[in-house]
Design a protein around this ligand. Structure first.
Ligand SMILES: Cc1ncc(C[n+]2csc(CCOP(=O)(O)OP(=O)(O)O)c2C)c(N)n1
Ligand code: SF4
Ligand SMILES: [Mg+2]
Length: 283
């Protein structure tokens, strides 16, 4: 029997502000999971702290609402232990590019087969409106009464520099495109990031309408394996490109660990090695 989005709704009622874009992202993900026919018990969603961090409560799956900035390393551990599960990581711009920014490079080096949804609302939403790493220069916030004096981080070029194996940007103005990107990301073998531009409604730092209307899909003839071209597109702000910037195939963490396991077993004469035996070898 065909699955429905309703199967992926938890019994917890979301407490996001009325009109918040997070509702659209959630329903898009629920729809995609139903279409991909992934049983809820085979999904693990790990989130950081923030409005976006609440995501894990609302999806009917195994879920963990972790600590601020640590959703990615927790997800990595889950995937290393249970490569058969679909792992979704969810967090905000502060969570992923501020306190947790150092984790992306290392997850990318390992090419962990997970999907990271980074929901960029350009602000610290949960803590009520402090400037985040992507708040535009000059924007007035609770922590920058005279305007932000730091340059905003450009996320996509950072992901490209780290060689994340699938990189896409969606814009909350086009939810059907977000669904397509999330589908492509989940089915990609390796680390995938879907970066969703989703300005906060309650603590706005830029015009919602202007942001969502400034988007244009990456050119149809864009070669997704061309990292330099992707970098050029990623540095365009007008238009702000959406779609898949980059996608390559390289060994995942699972592939790499499997090679090591096979080699260790061969060295042990094909015998199963227990953790107790390994510990004993250090005694
Ligand atoms: C170690 C730690 N430092 C600070 C906080 C306070 N804190 C909670 S959420 C948050 C920022 C959230 O911003 P973002 O990640 O962009 O998520 P949003 O709420 O905007 O979705 C901060 C600083 C915390 N919970 N833990
Ligand atoms: S503060 Fe902003 S991001 Fe958080 S729930 Fe409200 S509208 Fe959404
Ligand atoms: Mg935020």
């Amino acid at each position: 029997m065909k699955r429905t989005s309703a199967e992926y709704k938890s019994s917890i009622k979301p407490v996001w502000c009325a009109g918040c874009s997070e509702y659209s992202v959630l329903s898009s993900v629920q729809k995609v999971l139903a279409e991909l026919d992934i049983p809820p018990e085979d999904i693990v969603v790990v989130s950081g702290i923030g409005c976006s961090g609440r995501f894990s409560h609302y999806l009917n799956a195994y879920s963990l609402h972790g600590t601020h900035g640590r959703a990615l390393p927790i997800s990595l551990g889950v995937k290393a232990a249970r490569p058969d599960l679909t792992v979704l990581t969810v967090g905000g711009d502060g969570d992923g590019l501020g306190i947790g920014g150092g984790h992306i490079s290392h997850a990318a080096r390992k090419n962990v087969d997970l999907t990271y949804l980074m929901i960029d609302n350009r602000i610290y939403g949960l803590t009520k409106g402090q400037a985040s790493p992507t708040t535009p220069l000059g924007a007035k916030t609770k922590t920058s009464p005279y305007g932000v004096y730091e340059d905003a981080l450009a996320a996509i070029p950072i992901f490209l520099a780290y060689d994340v194996s699938f990189i896409a940007r969606g814009n909350i103005g086009d939810v059907s495109e977000i669904s397509e990107l999330v589908t492509a990301a989940i089915t990609h073998k390796g680390m995938s990031i879907v970066y969703i531009v989703s300005p906060c409604r309650t603590f706005p730092v830029e015009g919602f309408k202007e942001t969502v209307e400034s988007s244009e899909v990456v050119p149809a003839d864009h070669d997704r394996t061309d990292r330099l071209k992707a970098m050029e597109l990623a540095y365009s702000y007008s238009p702000l490109y959406t779609g898949i910037f980059y996608q390559i195939r390289k060994p995942t963490l699972g592939d790499r660990l499997r090679d090591d396991t096979d080699r260790a077993q061969a060295e042990a004469g094909g015998k199963e090695v227990t953790i107790e035996q390994i510990l004993q070898s250090f005694a």
